[in-house]
Design a protein around this ligand. Structure first.
Ligand SMILES: Nc1ncnc2c1ncn2[C@@H]1O[C@H](COP(=O)(O)OP(=O)(O)OP(=O)(O)O)[C@@H](O)[C@H]1O
Ligand SMILES: [Mg+2]
Length: 271
């Protein structure tokens, strides 16, 4: 019988923007959950010492060891770090404040930019049979974000629909170019996702128009609306797609996941 097969290699996507509070974690958690709901096997790697993605998926703070810090610094196998979540097909590699010292702890490590890359290509990964790995980056272009950019196939950039949205993007683009020229020549931009869009606000409309005029096809067709259900969901330790499946926010993240699945379809195999 034909059934959903697994991609041989998972598609690895980093969610990055050094600007704080633009919707990185919200996007990482909800895209991961939406892809999982579509039948994909998804791992979310929390690479932010704030641990917001771990909180958003209900991993208590006293249950975050081993964490992504141990994965990077102690090089323990990812299978020892991964936890189940309440969402079927969605696992998480949690983070805690240990990660805040990663830059310093790794300063003399020659492989320091490749630690996540190597962890995600370790032979134990095969046993996880993943389709997608989503990495939630911290709001900086520090070593943690560089590890994500070196490890991933593509980077998804949330851009908040506000006046200064495009400022700061050039710095991220420069870092992406540098990583491409050195450690990860195949690195692509998966897309720019306009977040916290308020359709009644002229400024939001103007920002979206500017972003599309400047970045063209790089911009996802779907725009994420400003939606109170999205901001409430993490306090119930749920993605919005389970907290309020019929909300505008949930519909939008499911639509982004559909855009991704068109580009990166799950393989059908005969079993
Ligand atoms: N579409 C949205 N509608 C309403 N609130 C949102 C939306 N997206 C994100 N938020 C809220 O905005 C705040 C910042 O979002 P989020 O934590 O995802 O950003 P971030 O880029 O990960 O932040 P940081 O840079 O600190 O990691 C959170 O309180 C979140 O609930
Ligand atoms: Mg965040």
């Amino acid at each position: 019988m034909a059934s959903l097969g697994r991609l041989h290699e998972p598609r690895i996507m980093a969610v990055a923007n050094q600007k704080g509070g633009v919707g990185k974690t919200t996007t990482a958690v909800n895209i991961a959950a939406a892809l999982a709901r579509s039948g994909a096997r998804v791992l979310l790697v929390d690479l932010d010492p704030q641990g917001n993605a771990s909180t958003g998926l209900g991993i208590p703070t006293d249950q975050r060891r081993p964490s992504s810090y141990d994965l990077l610094i102690d090089e323990i196998p990812i299978t020892d770090v991964v936890r189940k979540t309440d969402i079927a097909n969605l696992t998480i590699c949690p983070a805690n404040s240990d990660l805040a010292s990663a830059d310093i702890d790794l300063v003399s490590n020659e492989k320091r930019s490749f630690l996540l890359h190597d962890a995600l290509r370790h032979p134990v990964m095969d046993g996880l049979e993943l389709d997608f790995i989503i990495i939630d980056c911290p709001p900086s272009l520090s070593l943690l974000t560089v590890n994500a950019l070196v490890a991933c196939h593509s980077v998804l950039v949330p851009l908040q629909a506000e006046f200064y949205a495009l400022e700061g993007l050039s710095q991220l683009m420069l870092t992406i170019r540098e990583v491409r020229q050195s450690a990860n020549p195949g690195l692509r931009i998966e897309g720019i996702l306009v977040t916290m869009y308020d359709g009644r606000n002229k400024l939001s409309q103007q920002v979206e128009a500017d972003v599309r005029a400047t970045l063209g096809d790089l911009v996802f067709q779907t725009v994420i609306p400003r939606n109170v259900k999205i901001s409430e969901a993490p306090s119930y330790a749920m993605p919005v797609i389970t907290y309020d499946p019929s909300s505008k926010g949930s519909e939008a993240y499911l639509a982004v996941a559909r855009e991704l699945l068109v580009r990166h379809p799950l393989r059908e195999t005969q079993e």
